[in-house]
Design a protein around this ligand. Structure first.
Ligand code: SF4
Ligand code: SF4
Length: 315
């Protein structure tokens, strides 16, 4: 445990610790990540970013959540593709997604399963440190429902550097109260949290083949968003650049190749005109914008770019 604390602490100090979870709607994955983020923000030295990723989820549909922690400011806002820690909240989800995708050899896996770490690592072909906890069975005892998230939360609270059980417990209960759960149920969750401590099993395993869990090649971001397909946006004669402030133009310049691929400009441009190419190291690299036809100089990209690569210039 000492070694793992040291390794995670080092990542936290020097870069960004990235955690990704996969579960199914109703499995409590997002509550777990929210509660972890709640604990982390108590530490004034930590930067925290947490967000869920799911569609209009019906119960049982796959859900994914991301959590970034660092002692340095976090500039990325993209999904996590190469997590240091991968959480599998529900075995059912493994039929739909590869929860271990992109995890480097020697990464950390947290699994809600009755299997031993060796059995789980063999089944899912994992190489790294594997923790398992039978959260569903524990929850059956206290909640009469197979909801493993509280046990997984307790396990993570014991691994993450700087986390302590007391604060973790308080945050879990706070989030449950916020969801207006009856007091008796909140109390049962607290008992479940306490009973989960020390119930996990851990082993270092090596069952992945080199070709397992590789990231798929970048396929682009898919269709334009609905706003980007409006009649005005597609018009050959009425370009939205006509709405720009007269006498000024947007300039993108990156002479020192400092774009970090955070994607803020791509996501925030209402005209969807930021141009970029795939980049092995950064994911994407911005190369410019389709200024002449569609840039209305809204200044979103200027404001949001952490590297200040966009400017409004007089022409
Ligand atoms: S100013 Fe930037 S964000 Fe706004 S339309 Fe132009 S390129 Fe897009
Ligand atoms: S241009 Fe700026 S905002 Fe856009 S991806 Fe690069 S660093 Fe991020």
């Amino acid at each position: 445990m000492e070694m793992i604390h040291k390794k995670l602490g080092q990542i936290l100090n020097e870069s960004v610790l990235e955690i990704r979870g996969d579960g199914r709607a109703g499995s409590g994955l997002l509550l777990t990540l929210q509660s972890l983020a709640g604990v982390a923000v108590e530490d004034p030295r930590l930067y925290v970013q947490e967000w869920p990723f799911f569609s209009s989820a019906r119960k049982g549909a796959p859900t994914r959540g991301f959590l970034r922690l660092s002692r340095k400011s976090i500039e990325k806002a993209s999904g996590i593709t190469t997590p240091h820690i991968a959480i599998m909240m529900d075995e059912g989800v493994t039929k739909m997604v590869d929860f271990a995708e992109g995890v480097q050899r020697g990464g950390l896996f947290i699994l809600n399963t009755p299997r031993t770490p060796e059995e789980a690592a063999k089944k899912f072909r994992l190489s790294g440190r594997v923790y398992t906890i039978d959260g569903d069975a524990l929850a059956e005892k206290f909640l009469k429902k197979p909801l493993g998230n509280v046990s997984v939360f307790a396990l993570l609270s014991s691994i993450l550097p700087g986390f302590d059980f007391k604060t973790a417990r308080e945050h879990l209960l706070h989030h449950l109260q916020k969801r207006r759960l009856p007091e008796a149920l909140v109390e049962a969750n607290a008992e479940l949290f306490d009973a989960s401590l020390g119930q996990s099993k851990m082993a270092d395993c090596d069952f992945a083949f080199p070709s397992d869990h590789l990231l798929p090649a970048f396929q682009g971001y898919g269709e334009l968003m609905p706003g980007g397909q409006s009649r005005l946006r597609l018009s050959k004669t009425h370009f939205t650049s006509a709405f720009a402030r007269t006498g000024f133009e947007l300039r993108f310049s990156d002479p020192e190749n400092s774009c970090n691929g955070c994607g803020h400009c791509i996501i925030n441009c209402p005209e969807n005109i930021i141009q970029f190419c795939a980049d092995e190291e950064r994911g994407v690299k911005v190369t410019g914008a389709d200024v002449a036809r569609y840039c209305k100089l809204c200044r979103e990209c200027i404001e949001i770019c952490p590297k200040k690569l966009f400017q409004e210039v007089a022409v």
